[in-house]
Design a binder for this molecule. Structure first.
Ligand SMILES: C[S@@+](CC[C@H](N)C(=O)[O-])C[C@H]1O[C@@H](n2cnc3c(N)ncnc32)[C@H](O)[C@@H]1O
Length: 437
């Protein structure tokens, strides 16, 4: 990690952009992978953009650990500090604890930002407060009471891998201490860009190489890994020869077994990444029907499929009672259910801090209702595929065990797979399939 103050000698514009991204995530519930590029794009220099992006993502990712460290030096609870100053403190604490930025620069830029985010009459007080807290943290950084791995393994992993305790504990039940550590560390590493070729992959690989990009084939025949690319600048993406998609999502469409001529039902389709891939797999002789609850997300499905030149029937409606003829049955039914989304942590590190344990249990109830409705639509001999972009036991193994118990007489179990960032270098997606007897 390096200190890259960029073109502006104070390094303040980059930090201001990072703070703007943190504010958008906090106040507008924006996703990091949209808010960070939007905020840092205003910077003219690419090294400033890289520095600001790094600060923003890492502050979101390390929030729990930063809050714990700040809590050790604050005289009042961090929750009682007004949100704008809390964000400035987190950004400053990140620089002190997890970068090689000189402490003096970390503190002085944070003081300047603190003065900017409060009404002018309170600027001096806010600056003094942030100065005091961060200088105190800098003095005590080597004396912080890090939990010991033996005495408190969950607390240790929570603070050293930047995940909430309940997430660590849930994963430890499935994978044990050592594997949980590698999964969570991989969840903290920024992902490279992955593309799905919509036509000839080899031609696309050549095109990307000709643009000077390090493009390599992924594990699936349509996947391409382009680690350092900015997908927004790729002509292939603009022109529909490639779609930006994690390889785990491609594995889900593949797990349905969809092939030429199939009739596919994609429940919970928005924003349509998997719908477009399914349409590609079934070709001109097949047909994909998509259902999405929210009209604006159904519109995204239409846009995603139009951009790729494929035709899909898109319906706005609730997948527990899909707006389809009663007797409509499909060769392949995909339920890519709403979930806690923890598996997308590489791109959206804020999600882990937004979720609480009760979310997983509540979502599991929704997932079961959706799966009941999805099962009804599978034709004899057809397949049902369940997917979520998470790894909580409640939303993965336990949903599948429930389905086997409730529907085992009608459905034969097929592949079950938890994709994970450490072994698969993908998002953490879970996928399970059945065949209707
Ligand atoms: C995990 S996302 C699906 C991602 C999508 N399959 C893709 O690959 O782009 C879940 C989607 O389900 C939608 N949704 C939630 N509850 C629903 C319901 N009861 N019926 C239909 N769609 C629903 C959400 O709006 C969201 O767009």
């Amino acid at each position: 990690m390096s200190d890259r103050p960029g073109s502006d000698p104070t390094g303040l514009p980059a930090r201001r952009a990072a703070l703007a991204a943190l504010t958008a995530v906090d106040e507008d519930d924006a996703y990091a992978n949209l808010a960070v590029p939007a905020a840092v794009d205003r910077l003219a220099e690419s090294r400033d953009r890289a520095f600001a992006s790094h600060l923003a993502y890492d502050t979101l990712r390390w929030q729990g650990t930063l809050d714990w460290a700040l809590g050790a030096v604050l005289t009042r609870p961090l929750d009682a500090v007004e949100p704008a100053l809390r964000r400035v403190l987190r950004l400053g604490a990140l620089q002190l604890l997890r970068t090689s930025v000189p402490p003096r620069a970390a503190v002085s830029t944070s003081v300047a930002l603190a003065r900017e985010v409060v009404p002018s009459g309170r600027a001096k007080g806010a600056g003094g407060f942030v100065n005091g807290v961060l200088r105190n943290l800098d003095r005590r950084r080597d004396a912080l009471p890090w939990p010991d791995a033996e005495d408190d393994p969950i607390g240790h992993l929570a603070l050293t891998t930047a995940h909430p305790r309940w997430v660590v504990s849930d994963l430890m039940h499935r994978y044990g201490f050592d594997r949980t550590r590698t999964i969570l560390e991989a969840d903290d590493a920024p992902p490279g860009v992955t593309l799905r070729a919509t036509g000839d992959r080899d031609a696309l690989l050549e095109e990307l190489a000709a643009e000077g990009l390090d493009a390599r084939p992924g594990a699936l025949p349509e996947a391409i890994r382009v680690p350092g690319a900015d997908p927004r600048r790729l002509a292939a993406v603009r022109e529909g020869r490639a779609a930006v998609q994690d390889e785990a999502s491609m594995q889900v469409a593949r797990a349905t077994g969809a092939g030429p001529g199939d009739r596919v039902l994609d429940l919970c389709a928005g924003p349509g990444g998997k719908t477009a891939h399914l349409a590609q797999l079934v070709g001109e002789d097949g047909r994909v029907t998509a259902v999405e609850l929210h009209p604006h997300r159904a519109e995204l499905v239409r846009e995603a499929t139009r951009r790729l030149g494929v035709e899909v029937d898109v319906h706005v409606g609730d997948a527990t009672a899909p707006p389809l003829p009663d007797d409509a049955r499909f060769d392949r039914v995909l339920l890519d259910a709403p979930c806690s989304g923890l598996g997308t942590g590489r791109r959206r590190p804020e999600v882990r801090w937004r979720r609480v344990p009760a979310d997983a249990a509540e979502l599991a109830g929704v997932q079961r209702r959706l799966l009941d409705a999805a099962a009804e639509r599978v034709a004899a001999g057809g397949t049902l595929t369940y997917a979520v972009c998470t790894w909580t036991a409640a939303e993965t193994d336990q949903v599948v065990q429930w389905f086997d118990a409730a529907h085992g007489s009608g459905f034969e179990p097929g592949e079950r797979r938890q994709l994970l960032p450490d072994t698969d270098d993908t998002d953490g997606m879970y996928v399970a399939s059945w065949r209707r007897r």
